[in-house]
Design a protein around this ligand. Structure first.
Ligand SMILES: Nc1ncnc2c1ncn2[C@@H]1O[C@H](COP(=O)(O)OP(=O)(O)O)[C@@H](O)[C@H]1O
Ligand SMILES: N[C@@H](CCOP(=O)(O)O)C(=O)O
Length: 319
């Protein structure tokens, strides 16, 4: 369930009057989602999504609005927040910060086909091309500093072998990244899993849920995508999806030599990032609401596969 704050039709009808979106017709709570209350809203003119922010740093919401506005202006398939008659997007409803978005078409792909991987790689490459010039700033909350600070909290719940694995990996990341100057930077999605995309057939209808969005290493975003989109059941890389996605990405933004060199480590680091964040949810900081946590084991498996097999060779940029 993902309606933590119920809303009445009358509340939403009154709220919509600030915007140029037509008259209220109906309201439906959205079952998916984990953090915020989400509603589909139909008016006599369009389909919208209303989000009430239940948790997180509310003072960071202007960053997300600016980022989505910026990407929308650059014609990326993201839900650009709807601004009211005075040009304001961020409002309050039922004492919660509220944003209204256009409803994007499509469904989450469970087993993405190659055309969908191509579309995602192309769009992410385009997104990173423009996001390097975005002026906003929000440090990556799940970067190496976070791993270093947080991994101690879960060690007691792990087997001795896994404790050693986690500690050794964090040490390895530290020494690997210290050998490089800054990698290419920009705004990143930060959590671009399949369930944060919507596909209408093979067409990418939208990228949603930018609330892990931040600024940092572009390669971090790409590695999250590859681990989720191009891993087989046993955690190994799926060569076809891997090549398709990375070729499409590099046709828009070729990786630098430093990025290519550090790529296998970045795949491991982002795998460990999710192994750790999911362990923290299960053992240390369970959600306030009755939600089934994501399985940490999935990213333990992916991490072990990356350690055992490394990364597949990166396709050359085909310009
Ligand atoms: N702009 C949108 N267009 C279409 N569907 C959306 C949109 N935003 C959210 N959704 C739907 O609502 C669900 C929950 O939204 P999400 O932002 O992922 O919530 P949470 O932050 O709680 O995880 C998504 O899985 C998707 O099905
Ligand atoms: N998509 C993630 C959940 C979001 O990550 P978090 O670090 O903000 O908890 C997952 O699948 O675990």
């Amino acid at each position: 369930m993902a309606v933590f704050t119920p809303l009445s039709d009358a509340q939403v009808a009154a709220f919509l009057k600030r915007f140029d979106v037509g008259h209220f017709v109906s309201l439906q709570g959205v079952a998916g989602g984990t953090e915020n209350s989400t509603f589909f809203v139909t008016t006599d003119r369009c389909e919208l999504v209303l989000t009430l922010f239940e948790q997180g740093e509310h003072d960071e919401l202007p960053f997300f609005v600016d980022l989505l506005d910026y990407l929308d202006e650059h014609r990326l398939p993201v839900p650009g927040p709807v601004h009211d008659h005075e040009g304001i997007a961020l409002h309050s409803l039922s004492n919660k910060p509220a944003l209204l978005f256009p409803r994007m078409p499509g469904r989450h792909p469970e087993a993405p086909n190659l055309a969908q991987c191509q579309a995602l790689g192309d769009t992410l490459g385009r997104l990173h091309g423009v996001s390097q010039h975005f002026s906003g700033h929000r440090p990556n909350p799940r970067d190496l500093h976070w791993l270093q600070a947080m991994h101690h909290k879960v060690l007691t719940y792990l087997s001795p072998d896994d404790q050693t694995l986690m500690k050794n990996e964090v040490d390895d990341f530290e020494s690997a990244f210290s050998q490089y100057a800054e990698l290419p930077q920009g705004a990143i999605h930060g959590d671009l899993f399949r369930d944060n995309t919507l596909f209408d057939g093979d067409a990418l209808g939208g990228i949603i849920d930018f609330y892990n969005g931040c600024t940092g290493d572009l390669l971090f975003d790409l590695a999250i995508v590859i681990n989720d989109w191009a891993s087989n059941e046993d955690g190994t890389l799926n060569a076809e999806r891997y090549d398709t996605l990375l070729s499409a990405y590099q046709a828009r933004r070729p990786l630098t030599q430093d990025e290519r060199d550090v790529w296998p480590v970045m795949l491991r680091m982002t795998a460990l990032r999710y192994w750790l964040s999911r362990l923290l949810v299960v053992y240390v900081d369970p959600p306030a609401h009755d939600l089934t946590p994501h399985d940490p084991e999935r990213f333990h498996t992916i991490l072990n596969a990356r350690i055992a097999h490394g990364a597949l060779p990166l396709p050359e940029a085909d310009l």
